[in-house]
Design a protein around this ligand. Sequence first.
Ligand code: AMP
Length: 473
Amino acid sequence: MTRFADLGLDPDILEAVHDVGYETPTPIQEEAVPPLLHGHDVIGQAQTGSGKTAAFGLPMLQYVNPAEHEVQGLVLTPTRELCIQVTQALRAYGRRKGVDVVAVFGGAPIRSQQAQLRGGGHVVVGTVGRVKDLISRHALLLHGCRFVVLDEADEMLDLGFLEDVERILALTPSSRQTALFSATMPPEIRRLADQYLYDPVTVKVQAMTLTVETVEQFSLGVRPREKPDRLVAVLAAERPEQAIVFVRTKARCEQLYRTLRDRGMNVKALHGDMTQGARDGVMISFKDGRLPLLVATDVAARGLDISGVSHVINYDIPTSPDVYVHRIGRTARVGRSGRAITFAEPQQLRELRAIENHAGVTLAPWVEDAHVAPTAVKAKPRRHSKPHDRVDGDGRGRKLIASIGRAAGLEPSDIIHAITAATGLDGEAVRNVRVLERFTLLEVPEQDAERVVDRVTGTEVCGQPVKLEPAAT
Ligand code: AMP
């Protein structure tokens, strides 16, 4: 088995890896770190959960000279959530070495980011739009940038950022080293790689290698009014390192948070009615491990990589079996197992059975100190929904674009359901659903397209009015 020490990393980086608790490199790390340390450009085909951040982050940090006060590394990300996540990881990996990592993303005051950049910043992690903006204000200078990473390049393409990415690349030294990570390799991304990477080494890991994880799963029968006390008892018995408690609504989230806080627990809430700044703050302290307990709604927790979590507690039973798998997949700490406890009210037993069928497990009744064989959880990849297979018929489909996406908590089934409910079409007629951050692409049969647009536009999906229109082709 390859060890981190065999990859060619310097002692201070190895110590940092040890500090964050990684024992052995993941496959993408094993394959990408050595060529990157040898100065090669790399194309990494891997998705979130594979350990890709360390795969590019460790070599990048190894090459940063903390004594030089200029931006030496740049990571471009498609979304602010990924930006924050990558920043947290790089800060941890670079801590021993004293590397300053600055995050720049939209939706936050640009002035404070400018100030942070003036204050130093060896590595900048940024969303494409904000990086461009800071460059145009001369607040971000890239002439000393020797290492550039394009993270989740296919998502940048989907969001229409590719031209901006090229403009940014053009401002970095041509002698730079470039790594491009992408879950998929559409032709546009290939072309980008051909044009901007020099003789790259391609490394690829099977999708989902690390998203299959083991979780001990339990259920706990409770009456509604007993729930807060039972939760406190479960937390006391389980003594989780870090737990996330899922509830169904924002109001319940706020209420449960207050109850736990009033009982003296170190807890925070995360839901969609909080300001983005407040949400970011909570996410950062949870990700850092400073916050042991989080009460969250599904939607709010979506942008959060919480793979360090030891416990997931479904205080409110998930709204669908898919949501269950999604929630408990979050305990997926590489190489270790987590525990998931699902509260079920007496009239929710049918829902519980549906979850068991879907996840292919029987949830053992929770009692103190209970242990069961951990079961693999096939958490679906978060980023790209699996395209529906093409159905028969004339095969001609019309691409449509819906005005909401993952940021609103949308899952493919939500939009399919909205269309079938409004039009009477069969769910199979909706194909190639791709949920992106702020919108969703899908295809319906040509002859039904107009009706779908008319009937679905204005209906509510995930609590928001949706607009459907033909996608530009
Ligand atoms: P990423 O795909 O970079 O988002 O990483 C997914 C999760 O795996 C993150 O929570 C990392 O902290 C964790 N991780 C990355 N590399 C390792 C490793 N070698 N051993 C254990 N956990 C890891």
